[in-house]
Design a protein around this ligand. Structure first.
Ligand code: GDP
Ligand code: IMO
Ligand code: MG
Length: 430
């Protein structure tokens, strides 16, 4: 102890990578607990911009052990590439530990992800097509292949055969080529040779670390509203992104968690399909997109943009038991005369200050965000501010207003993508 969960409080891309990297040096372990290479976490370290997909953002610190937990789905081809890339940039991956219980993304998962999206047509989820959903689907169906299966060629072949007996007809249904055991074995057994030294019983390692008083940071990918249970289903990812996932995805019990920090942008974005009450289709939306460089790190897609949604922030606070919040990209709001905050929804004749029971209420034609409009600090460059007091008065008031309506302390404020463009306001990892 102590340990912290860092979790996205919106629809992803809140700046989790930056904040994880920023606080990592306080922790002995940084652990990914769910998701896979659908994540794209930007870290700017020593002037270098890195996009991490599978690797925990603590990889840059020699003092920190990066761990991929059992709740993650691992595409070994991506992992091997990411490791090679990091090594070539001077970051050693020797310390990386991978749970032997994590599930493996297979080539047919990627194929089926794409085929399923095509089948859905206009109703598509807008996935990253990295095979994430189909891999978790097989995990739940108990025909998944785990990292430890790569250790024993006989077991791997047997499990693959069982899986292919179900997957090949599915591929053929979509008009796709089936796979042979041989084809997959050739590649995957080669990956296994590279990954083998990193495989471990990570639950034991982490629990032992806690007993020894070590600090653990659990790094969430995706976010609260993309959580398979708590998100805007079916427009979600297939894993437990919320703080509770840190337990199931690592083998550490809930009593071991001390702090839970939610990451929110000072506005909100979403990639892919699904409801988005405060989405802007006007010039303000374009301004957020352009000034905030809102393009996906994994797929390059343009992110949908909207005003800060306090209904979502309160929901995320509850779903994750947030103790703190980090507010990122406050600098982007310097482009506006006034700034809107959604404090409630009006839908179908009712007003909601919490998530409505029926998701249909969140769609255009039903939902009307109730906005409070606050004065901005247009034209004032806040990217050089390093203390709360240095911020313009209206920026301080904006932050204080959010704190008041969400009910959580905003203890970190990011005013630019670089590490030092950050204001600490009472954050402590202990
Ligand atoms: P993640 O998936 O949550 O790690 O977030 P992404 O890396 O996908 O997207 C966040 C983007 O915002 C990245 O390009 C970051 O470099 C950038 N970023 C993070 N914090 C700030 C900030 O305070 N201001 C600005 N302008 N950019 C930021
Ligand atoms: P980070 O960790 C934003 C979205 C996809 C799609 C839905 C399902 O960088 O915040 P999937 O491929 O997971 O089955 O896609 O989830 N999505 C993300 N959106 N940031 C992410 O990760 C995302 N990972 C998945 O766009 O709508
Ligand atoms: Mg991202």
């Amino acid at each position: 102890m102590p340990s912290t969960v860092l979790v996205g409080a919106q629809w992803g891309d809140e700046g989790k990578g930056k904040i994880t990297d920023l606080i990592s040096s306080d922790y002995d372990y940084v652990v990914r607990y769910q998701g896979g290479n659908n994540a794209g976490h930007t870290v700017i370290h020593g002037g270098k911009k890195l996009a991490l997909h599978l690797m925990p953002s603590g990889i840059m610190y020699e003092s920190c052990i990066p761990v991929i937990g059992n709740g993650v789905v691992v595409d070994p081809s991506v992992l091997v590439d990411e490791m090679a890339k990091l090594e070539s940039q001077g970051f050693s991956c020797e310390r990386l530990v991978i749970s032997c219980d994590a599930h493996v993304i297979m080539p047919y998962h990627r194929d089926l992800d794409g085929a399923n999206e095509k089948r859905l047509g206009n109703n598509k989820i807008g996935t990253t097509k990295r095979g994430i959903g189909p891999a978790y689907q097989d995990k739940a169906a108990r025909i998944g292949i785990r990292i430890q299966d790569l250790l024993d060629e006989k077991i791997f072949r047997e499990k693959l055969e069982t899986a292919l007996a179900i997957k090949n007809p599915e591929l053929q249904f979509y008009g796709l080529e089936p796979y042979t055991v041989e084809q997959i074995c050739e590649d995957y057994l080669a990956y296994a040779d590279i990954i083998r030294p990193h495989m471990a019983e990570t639950a034991q390692i982490l629990n032992q670390a806690l007993r020894e008083g070590k600090n653990i940071l659990f790094e969430g990918a995706q976010a609260t509203l993309l959580d398979i249970d708590h998100g805007t289903y079916p427009f979600v990812t297939s894993s437990s992104c919320c703080a509770g996932g840190a337990c199931t995805g690592t083998g550490v019990g809930p009593k071991a968690i001390d702090k839970i920090i939610g990451i929110s942008k000072a506005y909100i974005t979403r990639v892919g399909s699904g409801p988005f009450p405060t989405e802007l289709f006007d010039e303000d939306g374009e301004t957020l997109s352009e000034i905030g460089h809102e393009y996906g790190v994994t797929t390059g897609r343009k992110r949908r943009c909207g005003w800060f949604d306090a209904v979502i922030a309160r929901y995320a606070t509850d779903c994750n038991s947030l103790t703190d919040m980090a507010l990122t990209k406050l600098d982007v709001l310097s482009a506006f005369d006034t700034i809107k905050v959604c404090v409630a929804y009006k839908a179908d004749g009712k007003e909601y200050d919490y998530f409505p029971m029926q998701q249909s209420a969140l769609y255009p034609g039903h939902v009307e965000p109730v906005y409070v409009e606050l004065p901005g600090w247009k034209g004032e460059d806040i990217t050089g501010c390093r203390t709360f007091e240095e911020l313009p008065e209206n920026a301080r008031k904006y932050v204080e207003y959010l704190e008041q309506i969400i009910g959580v302390r905003i203890s970190i404020i990011a005013v630019g993508p670089d590490r030092d463009q950050t204001i600490f306001r009472g954050w402590s990892s202990r």
